[in-house]
Design a protein around this ligand. Sequence first.
Ligand SMILES: CCCCCCCCCCCCC/C=C/[C@@H](O)[C@@H](N)CO[C@@H]1O[C@H](CO)[C@@H](O)[C@H](O)[C@H]1O
Length: 484
Amino acid sequence: ETFTFPNSFIFGAATASYQIEGAWNVDGKLPSIWDTATHRQPSNDVFDGLTGDEAALSYYYWQKDIEALKNANLTMYRFSIAWTRVLTKNQQVNQKGIDYYNTLINDLIAEGITPMVTLYHWDLPQYLQDIGGWMNSEIVKYYEVYADLVFKSFGDRVKIFITFNEPSVFCDHGHNYAEHAPHIWTYDSVGGILCSHHVLLSHARAYRLYQEKYLAAQNGKVGICLNTGFSYRGNGSVPQDTVERAIQFYFGRYTNPIFSETGDYPQVMRDAIDQKSKQQGRSFSRLPTFTAEEVQMLKGSADFLALNYYSSGMVYPISFDPTIDPVHHDSEVAGFSDPDWKVARSSWLYQVPQGLYDLLNWIRTKYNNPDVYISENGWSDAPLTIEDHDRIEYMRLHLAAISKAITDGCNVLGITVWSLVDNFEWMRGYDERFGIYAIDLNDPDRNRTPKKSVSYLRNVTNSRTVEAENDEIFVVKVYPMPAE
Ligand SMILES: CCCCCCCCCCCCC/C=C/[C@@H](O)[C@@H](N)CO[C@@H]1O[C@H](CO)[C@@H](O)[C@H](O)[C@H]1O
């Protein structure tokens, strides 16, 4: 079957500052929590022991990135700004950092490529972590100062801003399980919950600031980037409400306050955490409460949803047990992956295009069909895999799923694939490569070598079609529940 894309649909690619820029301490840039994490001695716990100190050296080779975009026929570039490059500790402007992004933005626009700018892709200034980072409510003010600077400096040319990338990942993995920077472990997910709460408030304040101060002159859009898989019934006896609870706890904790008609946290989450907190003998709930004003400030605080989709899972109910993974412990849901699904070099990344199709329709019906960009979607393979047939298949099937969702009426405006170039894959270092361009870390010039997927993408963007069979997209079957 041939799947088509409307002429308005935009094809692009994405990166993030810490993962590609290098130049970690150049021109006044301050250390971020990822600099701290990767410089830990005697071991940084990164899979290959490496850091983002140099990565793709995009701080010097941004023109190579622009060439790579052009060569792939891509017309949108999602990149992030390093907070640590543009502001000093006492909240003054670091002009050299601003200059770098000004040059990048101007050069992109000169080549007809639309910049999509993420304000926060996990690289918090270390001096803010030192006062508690996302767990301290004061962070909201610091973020607002930073957002103000970004809007003021770049908003005359940048018309699409994303306030945050994947809060579920940096809040949970960074503040519950100590798996990501700032490597904090907290009991009962308290750290992750506080982080999410302050991220939501920071997002809303930045959105309202843009509306009040910049919208009239700049006429841009501000959204937030959230990630999730879709969840499926682990076997025939799993109740549908388990599926819904999984999504609400993982995704709804951010989407409900921003995109729903009612606003605030999902009721199922409010009830569960309040009740469990009580059951634990606590005098107040682990889930903070938004004031009525905050609920209003959050409600409708996004012009679009930037959705990162990689994979999906099967779920089944479990009973409350504080000793297990804290995300599941409040939701009383656990998940597993079908061993028949194809898996990438990243052990968590199973190929489930159906999940993207179902998720887009879930969002359409749940939230009155908001504008959506697929801000990340991609496949990892081994270093220097140039004949990346598995990535091509993954892209083909996910693009088909998107096209099908658009046919259903979902407002999907475009995609920025992850990633433009091979880069620092967080705690996996450089072992899992997501780029459509390969980078040899031994090459001081960091030449961007096109993988086979670049010519595939070029064909897709020229023809605005992909070929796929429905049974390649719809891969979810119901399996017996695994032993608990
Ligand atoms: C509804 C919820 C529950 C159901 C199901 C299960 C979902 C299965 C998906 C498993 C994902 C587990 C770990 C998550 C990892 C990614 O989301 C995370 N690594 C994504 O980060 C972004 O992706 C890029 C590639 O990893 C990364 O380089 C980029 O910086 C991130 O923005």
